[in-house]
Design a protein around this ligand. Structure first.
Ligand SMILES: *Cc1c(COP(=O)(O)O)cnc(C)c1O
Length: 475
């Protein structure tokens, strides 16, 4: 496909306006010395260019997108319509409060609803993503111990089945990491946890369900061990898909949590946002919350800062329109719909796992949550066909590959998350495709190794693409 600059023809443009009949204003500010290289095209060429680009990519509107840990589900369009209402989309964060009462009510209601779902007492919507939320939550923990004078508490315990952002965020927030291995069943090793906690423990970060798709069966014991040592418990709730409406992290003993609104609570994601990673906390941490708190007095909403706020982690209210979408999603589903969504997310994952386990190796069999992990280690060893080859082959069937080579503790891993929004027919089709690829891999490994065959690009050099991406067109 040609680049937009290669299609450009000097003098061609899409201006349909008559030429200007007032003097052109030339600012006295510095002007660029060379003319800006902009592509010159007619409107219809431009439209076709972008349509062609759109056709070459794969989104959840094109087909099945079972990207584990990412919750790529269908997002109802009504959420977009709500977020596009001028009263939400065309306001300014510095407008007087009395002119944006509706927006403040959205933030307040969303906080109440999500606190109800998570079992927390307060929430901030400032963080723009999950990892940003982790960092913010850890700063709350840090502020808490600083206020208590327990500055020796510098260690955060992270199980090896945690999401990769957990240890990274803890280091960014100034903590040191204590890694603990999982027990053979994929859950936290309680003995290792008991050995790891002590007077220097600031807390534990738990991704639950963990990256193996398992709900830790010892969760109450885990939070108790950490609390007894004087630490706090952080719940990575990025993937609340399996849990919402069923159990509440707040009731399991967690003190602070982040959610990914752009995963569980509607908002298409991937490609860099905008997202929202709100942080909820228990009463003991509320005084440290960042940004602006919404308070109500005599039916009028206004804003204030938390007493010992850690400051701001993003300007104003965070990505407000993502909150509008999340609240629309919650209100549309309601008290019955939310638990039903999580039941279906779990059912769909278990259905696919059961229908594939006679061919594909499931290192953690039994019941999974909203996602499951398979290992192609044996296949790789016997036939030379890797998880990557299977993933690439799926592209030829119009299916987006699952998450690959993650979690790291499973070799040749494929991590599949069907989500609740897929029908049984879609799941059955995907299962048939997985089975067909498996049989092809056994009969003719090379054929699968040479896939994909139908995509615009076959196999790019991924290292080169990551290390030396060509993002600029050289004239
Ligand atoms: C996606 C995810 C994150 C990080 O969220 P971002 O919005 O990508 O920063 C953290 N933890 C878990 C478990 C996740 O799935």
């Amino acid at each position: 496909m040609k680049l937009i600059f290669e299609r450009s023809k000097e003098g061609r443009n899409l201006s349909i306006l008559p030429s200007c009949d007032v003097p052109v204003y030339t600012p006295e500010m510095p002007l660029r010395e060379k003319k800006l290289h902009l592509p010159q095209m007619s409107e219809n060429e431009l439209s076709r260019h972008y349509t062609e680009l759109a056709k070459q990519t794969h989104g959840v509107n094109d087909g099945f997108y079972p990207l584990g840990s990412c919750t790529m589900k269908y997002n109802p369009k009504v959420n977009e319509s709500a977020a596009a209402l001028p009263g939400f989309a065309k306001v300014h964060p510095l407008q007087p409060e009395e002119t944006v009462q509706g927006c403040l009510e959205v933030l307040k209601t969303a906080e109440e609803e999500l606190c109800e779902i998570t079992g927390m007492d307060g929430m901030t919507f400032q963080p723009a993503a999950g990892a940003h939320g982790e960092y913010t939550g850890l700063l709350l923990i840090k502020a808490y111990f600083e206020k208590r004078g327990e500055t020796n508490r510098k260690k955060i315990i992270v199980p090896d089945s945690a999401h990769g952002t957990n240890p990274a965020s803890a280091v960014m927030a100034g903590f040191t990491i204590v890694n603990i291995p999982s027990a053979p069943d994929g859950c936290v090793d309680l003995e290792k946890l008991r050995e790891a906690v002590g007077e220097d423990t600031a807390g534990l970060m738990l991704t639950n369900p963990n990256t193996l798709g398992l709900f830790d069966k010892n969760i109450l014991e885990i939070t108790e061990i950490v609390h007894e040592a004087g630490g706090l418990c952080y719940y990575d709730g990025a993937n609340l898909n399996a849990v919402m409406g069923q159990v509440r992290p707040g009731d399991m003993g967690f003190d602070v949590i982040h959610l990914n609104l752009h995963k569980t609570f509607s908002t298409p994601h991937g490609g860099g946002g905008p997202g929202s990673g709100p942080v909820g906390c228990k009463e003991i941490l509320k005084e440290f919350l960042p940004g602006i708190r919404i308070v109500e007095k005599d039916g009028v909403l206004s804003t204030e800062k938390a007493e010992n706020s850690i400051g701001s982690v993003k300007e104003f209210y965070g990505n407000f329109l993502v909150v509008v979408k999340a609240l629309t999603y919650i209100l549309v589903l309601g008290k019955e719909g939310i638990p039903e969504a999580s039941l279906n997310a779990v059912l769909n994952a278990n259905y696919m796992m059961k229908k594939l386990e006679d061919l594909y190796d499931m290192p953690y069999p039994g019941i999974c949550m909203h996602e499951f992990v398979m290992s192609l280690e044996k296949m790789k060893h016997e036939k030379g066909v890797s998880a990557m080859d299977i993933a690439k082959s799926l592209l030829d069937y119009g299916i987006h590959p699952p998450t690959m080579y993650f979690p790291l503790i499973v070799h040749e891993a494929l991590m599949i998350e069907p989500t609740e929004t897929e029908s049984k027919e879609t799941l059955d089709e995907a299962i048939a495709v997985f089975r067909e690829i498996y049989e092809r891999a056994v009969k003719d490994p090379q054929d699968v190794q040479n896939s994909p065959k139908k995509t615009p690009i076959g196999r790019p050099d991924e290292v080169q693409a990551a290390r030396k991406p060509v993002l600029r067109y050289e004239f």
